[in-house]
Write a new protein. Structure first.
Length: 125
């Protein structure tokens, strides 16, 4: 079950990486970014495309190496707990946040709680 969850999360991150790489203007606009030609485009492609692809790879890794499942779940929990903390801070600090951002926050909470539950289940074995 944990490997299936990680595979779904990993494939989602890969899909996001492709979306960021292929349609950067659309993707960035959906989260409120204005891409500046050159540096802004490069940064968005690198961080949102490249980093999301790499994160997806970590989550897909247990498909090849099942013994790394606990590590990948721990990374998944650490990443999504960090996102939840910083996203929550952003809601306290900023106004005018669009509904898309609240949807992202909900997804981050689901991924954090799911990875925590699966990690706890693995630890009981």
């Amino acid at each position: 079950m944990a490997r299936g969850f990680l595979a779904l999360v990993g494939l989602t991150y890969w899909a996001l990486a492709v979306w960021c790489a292929v349609l950067p203007a659309t993707t960035s606009a959906s989260v409120g970014f204005d891409l500046r030609p050159g540096a802004g485009q490069s940064e968005f492609l690198t961080v949102y495309g490249g980093l999301e692809f790499g994160v997806g790879l970590v989550f897909l890794w247990p498909l090849w190496k099942p013994e790394n499942t606990r590590f990948a779940l721990t990374v998944c929990l650490a990443i999504h707990a960090s996102l939840v903390v910083f996203r929550s801070a952003s809601f306290l600090l900023y106004t005018g946040i669009p509904s898309m951002t609240y949807g992202l926050a909900a997804g981050e909470w689901v991924l954090m709680l799911s990875s925590a539950a699966l990690l706890a289940r693995l630890s009981r074995r």
